[in-house]
Design a protein around this ligand. Structure first.
Ligand code: DX5
Ligand code: ZN
Length: 220
């Protein structure tokens, strides 16, 4: 049974005091922590690697949702799982061997996700539906927080729901990432989202815990 989850993206948190921000969102009702891994190649920005994920894992009590925006993701699967990833998501555009890399994740017993950039068609995942637990639909071009939600994501989500139904794959969780705010979260929910990533809308809010609560209220 799928449940609705709020996933604060630490990209917009205070990196000089991550522990404080992690505790704050946990106490505010966050369900998973979204960690954005960027390599400066797949996306034009660099964040952090397994070493920091491991440190986060020491203080976090909710599951870690690791979003790899890196080239050659297959080379880093073990490192991120050893660091504590509970969900590990790779981009379909980042490897010619999507099936192989997903098998590698599944073999380690963590939840395997595939992410699609805004321009990437849903058909990219059609032949790996049996191998995944999560689809992560990018609603901005990956690389930065604070961008505006790309509105045609809503149509894409409807088409994804149709595909999941046709293929008897409705157990797969649907996550949406980028530009989600209190104002549009309900529309994203109605289009078929289960896990809602929000960076700036939570960490840049005057009261981040209240923002989480207001978001959750709108989707439940
Ligand atoms: C963007 C990242 C997102 C980002 C979302 O490439 O994948 O997770 O933190 O930030 P907001 O919610 O501010 O759009
Ligand atoms: Zn992300």
């Amino acid at each position: 049974m799928k449940t609705k989850k709020i996933a604060p993206s630490l990209l917009s948190a205070d990196f000089s005091n991550l522990e404080k921000d992690i505790k704050m969102v946990e106490q505010g009702g966050a369900h998973v922590l979204h960690l954005d891994i960027m390599d400066g190649h797949f996306v034009p920005n660099i964040t952090f690697g397994p070493f920091i994920v491991k440190a986060i894992n020491k203080v976090a009590t909710i599951p870690l949702d690791v979003h790899l925006m890196i080239e050659n993701p297959g080379d880093y699967i073990d490192a991120f799982i050893d660091a504590g990833a509970d969900y590990l998501t790779i981009h379909a555009e980042a490897t010619p061997h999507l099936h192989r890399v997903l098998q590698k994740i599944k073999a380690r017993g963590v939840k395997a996700g595939v992410s699609l950039n805004p321009h990437t068609p849903i058909s990219m995942i059609e032949n790996v539906l049996e191998d995944i637990d999560l689809v992560l639909i990018m609603s901005v071009n990956p690389g930065f927080g604070g961008q505006s939600f790309i509105q045609n994501t809503i149509d894409k989500l409807h088409r994804l729901q149709k595909l999941l139904k046709e293929k008897n794959a409705e157990h797969i969780e649907v996550e949406v990432d980028g530009g989600i705010k209190i104002e549009n979260i309900k529309e994203v929910c109605d289009a078929g989202c289960d896990i809602f990533v929000a960076g700036s809308a939570i960490f840049k809010a005057d009261n981040p815990q209240k923002a989480i609560q207001m978001m959750f209220d709108r989707i439940t």
